[in-house]
Design a protein around this ligand. Structure first.
Ligand SMILES: Cc1ncc(COP(=O)(O)O)c(C=O)c1O
Length: 352
């Protein structure tokens, strides 16, 4: 008997169809400034035919990552990008029709996974100025809520939580026995982390990725950190050998090269400072306190600018609708000063 899962059939997904090679890619929050070519060469020099032919060895890297996070290997599970970690947390810690509380606008995969697994996701709206009143989240937490998903910082809005706000949310979740997932995909661009809560308490997970600051989106590597029993459940859901050997080799090299990582952070900070000062000087409203992305309110039509940036300047950016008082905006990934100069030159040429 042929069978198609109607639940999956109903899910509406949009896969990125852009031909992106040869473009300055500021549309998907990658790091537009790649890792140094010497690092790439070093890693590839050590790749042997056997490395390619054999399943990846994860134990050594898992130990290295655990050391880096100051925890033990049982507290972390490696995943094929952090989007896979999010999926497994939703699959493992919520039930069919189970209630999930999150925020909107937010990373779209929370909604997609909830639909895939037939969960009941309740999304709390940001205020019109894109700030979040955490009382609105707290009010939405009920005894039958199974998972609270927070982003630190949020994509696309860039908002964050103070420690006091975060602890209030955690306390309420704990009181109602709700598992908490904190997505920290943009850690490093925004240096405040809540990972210690995940490593010290139970029923809190933090997901992170090597796709963003570490500029390894093409390799696919992420992880989830949390209490041992919880991490064990996530691990059980993983496909065998779910992470790629090349990703592990590049990630190991970066963890062993803190100077390179520091230089990447410095480059980003310089680019961000430059971009914001230019936007201010040019009289643009913008929004996004944290993360490697920013919303810009254009003076003319956002969709038209997206098209013309692509066709005339070979720069990819995204348009967003309904960003509160900002209305229709451009969302632009932030990179080093050179990338941002190119973007500002194109924006000033087109947006008039
Ligand atoms: C908030 C957030 N979480 C997770 C991800 C997934 O990243 P990856 O699967 O590449 O680790 C993204 C990617 O854009 C994101 O914006």
């Amino acid at each position: 008997m042929y069978y198609t899962n109607p639940q999956i059939d109903r899910v509406h997904r949009i896969f990125d169809q852009n031909e992106r090679s040869g473009y300055l890619r500021l549309d998907l929050n990658e790091n537009p400034d790649p890792i140094p070519v010497d690092i790439v060469k070093d890693v590839l020099n050590n790749i042997t035919p056997e490395f390619v032919s054999q399943y990846p060895e994860t134990v050594q890297f898992q130990n290295r990552l655990a050391g880096y996070l100051n925890t033990s290997p049982e507290n972390v599970c490696l995943t094929n990008g952090s989007s896979e970690a999010v999926r497994y947390v939703i699959e493992g810690f919520t039930s069919v029709k189970g209630r999930i509380v999150s925020v909107t606008p937010s990373y779209f995969m929370f909604q997609i996974y909830s639909e895939m697994y037939d969960r009941n996701i309740v999304q709390i709206k940001y205020n019109d100025d894109m700030t979040m009143d955490i009382n609105n989240i707290i009010d939405a937490l009920t005894d039958d809520t199974e998972l609270l998903i927070l982003l630190n910082p949020n994509n696309p809005v860039g908002n964050t939580y103070t420690t006091e706000e975060f602890e209030r949310l955690l306390d309420e979740a704990e009181r109602r026995k709700i598992t908490v997932l904190v997505d920290e995909a943009y850690f490093y661009f925004y240096p405040v982390t809540f990972i210690n809560y995940a490593l010290e308490r139970e029923h809190i997970f933090v997901t992170r990725t090597f796709s963003k600051l570490f500029a390894m989106a093409g390799c696919r590597l992420g992880y989830v950190a949390g209490w041992k029993e919880g991490v064990k459940i996530v691990q059980k859901l993983c496909t065998p050998h779910n992470v790629n050997g090349f990703a592990l080799a590049f990630a190991q090299k970066l963890l062993d090269s803190p100077d390179v990582v520091d230089a990447m952070i410095a480059k980003f900070n310089e680019g961000r400072k430059y971009l914001i000062s230019k936007l201010d000087r040019l009289g643009y409203d913008h929004l996004g306190q944290a993360g490697n992305f920013i919303f810009i309110k254009p003076k003319t039509d956002a969709d038209l600018i997206v098209d013309r940036m692509k066709n005339e300047h070979k720069i990819l950016v995204k348009s967003y609708n309904g960003i509160g008082i900002m209305g229709k905006c451009l969302r632009v990934s932030i990179g080093g000063k050179e990338c941002m100069e190119r973007f500002i030159t194109a924006l000033t040429a087109l947006d008039k």
